[in-house]
Design a protein around this ligand. Structure first.
Ligand code: PEP
Ligand code: MG
Length: 746
């Protein structure tokens, strides 16, 4: 008697619910479930296999197979039919199991007499938990209805496992969310942090999985979907002109109105699932598909469906974002992804951030960098694993996250953090000392900033000034273009906080990876080589003019330094400078104070600018090498592509020779030169840059101490000799030679 009828299926699910309610051990529940399922399916065998570790499945309960095989029979992921189901996440339904590809006979189970086999993955929100199997002697394929019914059972099992219904002895029945897990992601922002998990999107817990009253559940689902549609319509109506956002919301609307989606959920309800369990079943299946889809666009759409399912679950369960949980004292934010505005709202209260997605150049990463919060990206599935309050160690340097680590890991991590803290103490002694090298050269150390919140670091780091103030953050975190007066007051506060230290404001550097939420994104084949920074500013001068006016007003008669990003040829600089002259003339006309001293500089981020005419070098007041971009164009290696971004050493002799030529040209024309890419904040790189003649370096505030400590110990003349000798020997990079020199002379 297969549960091909809805009432049969509901009866089975009702019994499963009863086993959940009974006060029984996990093993007893599993045994009962296999018995009930085999009975309901009319098959001789029903077995449940669960993972005991990420690659090994264990037979945990069986009706029909030899009892001695339970907890003895194990197979690797991909091994045999059960392993195949687990690995692929896809069911296997066959009338003749022994003839099936990959079949492996397990003699201890006594399964040789069973011909037909139906294996269904037990998975929850993309996570593989095990396999549910039914087998029978009769050689027949299971019907579509039977398969569907068993899928529903597998879903309920997954939820029961999540709720801790099968906890018992042995590794396969261990309690979930209690084990140590290591996530290997990528560095978004360096630094280490220890704290407690805080989920950005609290997990929705579904406790009522099964229903006897499909009518009511259908109605609940329909009402929730109606509510969802209204809220999506409101979102679409309120969307800004940003095409990307509109596209996402339109995709939401499409899913919300999708008859197929609703129909599948209604069918799940008819088979006995509650409305929320039906939503979660479809969500789990979408996640499983997501894992197999490589097409970026399709993945995005599946993500949209996932978001929508979460919204629907919140409506149905009434579990909003506010769960009443208290944010821990040392929160490590865990999220699939997060927008820059949301991250800024958390601000410095966060000790660390761990994202499943994200990229090095994403807005969230830019904000994390500005806030100096360690960030690990690409920590796959961390939102599924972590629970609020779990201990988390974030190693932003290595791109590693330890969730619920054991004591030995914690103590090693503590040692590492203590060593870093000690080093910081040593650096603080140097804070007010100028950075004078052993051969008596002064290297000027400035800091990079992008937020008002960065300015206190000017004092605490001992920076001589702000060598790069990235102005794009104020544009990125808003939903609309900031107004001139808003910007003027922010820039004025920055100048006030800096007192008489110099602040170099870089005009808006958008495009490429930095797309403003309220500007129409451009479909560009190579955004890094596309319409970005000064190119946008010159083609649409309104924003740059507004920003220049804001800077003039903020300076209000004080000295002002302005820098243009991404200048590739003289004419771009000349046109940008002409804009400044126009604004200056207008300010004078309007009777506003003009800066007591005005310096105009350019970022040198494209190799072409290094070969610009002497006229350019003489006219421009200062140049700052944007090593992040310059290096990516020099080596033709995308700074955001994990595969290539670390491939070429910044101490590569070709690159250093190229930088030396820029130094020579600046010396010959009397142009002030600095370096403000990430390499300026890496002590050994900073030492080499200073040795080849770049005497002003701008970096993250936290890097000033370590850089100063190293530079003060060594002679730039000697380092330069080491570099020259390595070049003469034809070495590809001077790193090894410099490291040996540092070791030998310490
Ligand atoms: C650079 O390119 O080195 C730089 C400092 O600018 P950004 O990192 O903001 O592109
Ligand atoms: Mg740049």
């Amino acid at each position: 008697m297969a549960p091909s009828t809805e009432s049969e299926s509901r009866k089975l699910l009702g019994r499963l619910r009863d086993t959940m309610a009974e006060d029984a051990a996990g093993q007893a529940r599993l045994d009962k479930i296999t018995h009930l399922t085999a009975d309901s399916m009319g098959s001789e065998v029903c077995s449940i296999y669960l993972f005991r570790d990420p690659v090994t499945l264990e037979l945990c309960a069986s009706q029909g197979l030899n009892a001695e095989a339970v907890h003895q029979t194990r197979m690797k992921l991909g091994e045999g039919l059960v392993g195949r189901v687990a690995k692929s996440g896809k069911l296997v339904n066959t009338a003749n199991a022994p003839a099936e590809r990959g079949f492996r006979y397990m003699p201890e189970t006594g399964e040789e007499i069973y011909s037909s086999f139906l294996g269904i993955p037990i998975q929850r929100l993309g996570e593989k938990l095990g396999v549910l199997v039914v087998q029978s002697k009769e050689a027949r394929e299971f019907s579509e209805d039977e398969v569907y019914a068993l899928e529903v059972v597998a879903m309920v099992l997954a939820e029961m496992a999540e709720l801790g219904a099968f906890v018992g002895e042995g590794a396969a029945l261990k309690k979930r969310h209690t084990q140590a897990v290591l996530f290997r992601g990528a560095t978004g922002q360096e630094g280490t942090a220890m704290g407690q998990a805080w989920l950005h999107e609290p997990r929705v817990v579904v406790t009522n999985l099964v229903t006897d009253d499909p009518e009511t559940e259908r109605k609940r689902l329909q009402d929730a979907v109606d509510q969802l549609r209204v809220s999506v319509d409101e979102l679409v109506a309120g969307a800004s002109g940003d095409q990307d956002q509109v596209d996402v919301l339109e995709a939401y609307r499409m899913f919300a109105n999708s008859k197929g989606w609703l129909k599948r959920m209604e069918e799940d309800i008819d088979l006995g699932l509650s409305a929320e369990a039906a939503v979660e079943k479809e969500q789990s299946q979408a996640r499983a598909r997501m894992a197999q889809v490589t097409d970026g666009y399709l993945r995005e759409r599946l993500h949209d469906l996932d978001d929508l399912s979460n919204r629907l679950l919140r409506i149905l369960t009434g579990q909003g974002k506010e769960t009443g949980a208290q944010m821990p004292d040392n929160p490590i934010l865990i999220a699939r992804n997060i927008g820059p505005g949301e991250l800024l709202e958390y601000g410095r209260s966060l000790k660390g951030v761990v994202l499943e997605e994200g990229s090095v150049g994403s807005h969230a990463a830019i904000v994390a960098r500005a806030l100096a919060i360690p960030l690990v990206i690409h920590a796959e599935r961390v939102t599924n694993e972590a629970l609020n309050g779990d201990l988390v160690l974030v190693d932003g340097d290595q791109g590693i996250v330890h969730l619920r680590p054991d004591d030995t890991v914690v103590s090693a991590f503590r040692d590492k953090m203590a060593m870093q803290a000690k080093a910081m103490e040593r650096y603080s002694v140097l804070r007010d000392k100028p950075c004078i090298t052993a051969d008596n050269r002064h290297v000027h150390l400035h800091m990079n900033a992008g937020l008002m919140a960065d300015l206190p670091s000017l004092e605490s780091s001992g920076a001589e000034g702000v060598g790069l103030f990235r102005t794009e953050l104020q544009f990125l975190v808003r939903n609309q273009m900031p107004r001139r007066m808003e910007l003027a007051s922010l820039y004025a506060r920055v100048l006030d906080a800096a007192q008489d230290k110099r602040v170099v404001f870089r005009t808006l550097d958008i495009g490429s990876d930095k797309v403003l939420p309220y500007m129409k994104p451009q479909e560009e084949p190579n955004p890094a080589l596309g319409w970005r920074a000064i190119r946008v500013a010159l083609d649409r001068p309104g924003v740059m003019r507004m920003q220049l006016q804001a800077l003039f007003r903020a300076a209000n008669g004080r000295p002002l330094s302005i820098m243009f990003p991404f200048i590739a040829q003289y004419e771009e600089y000349a046109r940008a400078r002409a804009e400044v002259d126009t604004v200056m003339a207008r300010e004078k006309r309007l009777g506003h104070a003009v800066p007591s001293k005005l310096e105009i500089g350019c970022m040198l981020e494209t190799p072409s600018l290094a070969f610009a005419s002497d006229r350019f070098f003489r006219e421009v007041e200062f140049l700052s090498i944007g090593g992040n971009d310059l290096k990516q164009f020099f080596f033709a290696a995308d700074r955001e592509n994990e595969r290539v971004r670390r491939r070429y050493d910044s101490l590569n002799t070709s690159f250093l020779t190229f930088l030396e030529n820029i130094v020579k040209r600046c010396e010959a024309t009397g142009t002030a030169l600095s370096f403000c890419g990430e390499d300026a904040g890496r002590p050994v790189e900073a030492l080499c840059l200073a040795a080849i003649g770049i005497r002003t370096l701008s970096m993250r505030p936290a890097s000033i101490g370590p850089v100063k400590a190293l530079l003060m110990r060594y002679s730039l003349t000697e380092v330069r000799d080491v570099i020259e000798e390595a070049k003469l020997r034809g070495e590809q990079s001077v790193r090894q030679a410099v490291m040996e020199y540092l070791r030998d002379s310490s």
